[in-house]
Design a protein around this ligand. Structure first.
Ligand SMILES: Cc1cc2nc3c(=O)[nH]c(=O)nc-3n(C[C@H](O)[C@H](O)[C@H](O)COP(=O)(O)OP(=O)(O)OC[C@H]3O[C@@H](n4cnc5c(N)ncnc54)[C@H](O)[C@@H]3O)c2cc1C
Length: 414
């Protein structure tokens, strides 16, 4: 693997950019592997990387039916935060933040992590009460958070509408929140995994499983059968479909979630702002585009387009927060298929089939979890036991009733 540095950039520049090696190999599948990861999004790629780096498993394949990062990982609005209610969630998402903060240097790949802070606004007495609960829970769980009144919020967020449809009474700031470049997260993990010997296999769709005696023996793919008795699946919105192929059901509903990008502008917004009253949140990318999103299209769907009412609602909410953006032209709109679990908490760990492990249920908020989700799934695949940070997220909680209801902290799209 070529090590990226100022020197390698200079050298490539002087040699007409001709000597760059591909960031990962283009390989076909072998007949068998020690471990297979299905899904080339951030979670699958991080799993493959940590299997090789932390657990020394090198005979590993990652199978992606399209191109890596082409699912939700390349479609999200890149917000990273850990402002959840329950200690299990805060611990887990804080660990993801810890890994994110060191990821560029670990992978030798600039993921453009930007710790710019994230604001959640409150528009009425009940909203303020919710923010207080949230702040108290975060402080108890050891996550740094600040609460400010409306005047201070307006002072800190330049350009915020002083007289919006829903007044701004208070705001909660998680200074450690931020953004990262989503494609770079996928590509950085892919490059890191490939350098450690993992086969990244694109255009390889998993069509079924070979299961005997309740144990997985391999996968059937569009490029042939692959033998393997340790398989992790990280296929987000297609988790229910894949579970059906393996003969079980998941408590997951798939919805379309949309995102929007404006034309680029000079820097105008140096933080992330979320307005619960309209369900809209916005940040500005390093390229200068406004990146914003809103609520789910509230009907089950596998279409990566999204509906017009959700688009209209998001744009109206954005303009309510920042009226001056009404003159900005929109560049792109798209949707991803998100895997929403009924208690808004992910599912990590064993499935009803021995040797087949789950990483799903991230819903609208799994980008921020990628390093931790991959780390924990790799631990589960390599050791056969759940990582301590993930024990509470097992599928079994739907049998025992030990649900972790994070709907209030993650029910809005971000
Ligand atoms: C519009 C939008 C905005 C979002 N904003 C945020 C945000 O700001 N912050 C945040 O934390 N999260 C956000 N999310 C959620 C986040 O993007 C996802 O939770 C996260 O990317 C999930 O990663 P993943 O690796 O599990 O899934 P994906 O990236 O979707 O990867 C799954 C992969 O599995 C592949 N696959 C499916 N079926 C098969 C098969 N049969 N065989 C082989 N491969 C298969 C797919 O092609 C896909 O590439 C947002 C999501 C959307 C859609």
């Amino acid at each position: 693997m070529t090590r990226y540095s100022a020197w390698s950039l200079l050298r490539a520049g002087l040699s007409g950019q001709k000597n760059w090696a591909p960031a990962w190999r283009d390989t076909g599948p072998k007949p068998g592997y020690d471990a297979v990861v299905i899904g080339g999004g951030g979670h699958g790629l991080a799993t493959a990387y940590y299997l090789a780096r932390v657990h020394g498993l090198r005979n590993v394949a990652l199978l992606e039916r399209g191109w890596i990062g082409g699912g939700n990982t390349g479609r999200n609005t890149t917000v990273i935060r850990s402002n959840y209610f329950f200690p299990e969630s805060t611990r887990f998402y804080d660990f993801a933040l810890d890994l994110y903060e060191g990821l560029s240097s670990e992978l030798n790949y600039n993921i453009m992590f930007s710790r710019r802070g994230m604001w959640m606004l409150a528009h009425d007495r009940h909203g303020v009460e919710m923010l207080r609960r949230s702040a108290n829970a975060m402080l108890r769980n050891g996550a740094a958070v600040e609460m400010h009144d409306g005047e201070e919020v307006r002072r800190r967020i330049p350009g915020l509408n002083p007289d919006p449809r829903f007044p701004i009474i208070a705001g909660l700031l998680q200074p450690r929140g931020g953004t990262a470049r989503h494609d770079a997260v996928a590509w950085g993990y892919a490059r890191g995994a490939d350098a450690l010997g993992v086969d990244i296999i694109q255009n390889c769709e998993v069509l079924g499983f070979d299961i005997a005696g309740g144990r997985v023996r391999g996968v059937k793919t569009s490029r042939g059968d692959i033998a393997c008795d340790r398989i992790g699946m990280a296929v987000a919105g297609h988790s229910s479909v894949m579970a059906q192929l393996a003969g079980f059901r998941l408590p997951i509903t798939s919805y379309a979630l949309q995102a929007f990008v404006s034309e680029p502008m000079k820097p105008v917004l140096d933080t992330i702002v979320l307005a619960p009253a309209t369900g809209v949140y916005v940040s500005q990318s390093d390229k200068g585009e406004l990146v914003f999103g809103g609520a789910l299209d509230l009907f089950p769907s596998y279409a990566q387009r999204g509906s017009l009412p959700a688009l209209e609602q998001a744009v109206a909410g954005l303009i309510d927060m920042f009226p001056q953006f009404s003159r900005v032209r929109m560049l792109r709109q798209w949707a991803g298929i998100v895997d929403v679990v009924h208690d808004s908490t992910p599912i990590l760990g064993e499935s009803p089939v021995d040797g087949l492990y789950l990483n799903c249920g991230w819903g609208t908020g799994g980008f921020k979890a990628i390093p931790a989700g991959g780390y924990c799934l790799a631990h589960q695949i390599a050791t056969g036991t759940p990582h301590p940070l993930a024990t509470a997220f097992s599928l079994d909680r739907f049998r025992t009733g030990a649900l972790i209801d994070e709907a209030a902290a993650s029910g809005i799209a971000h």
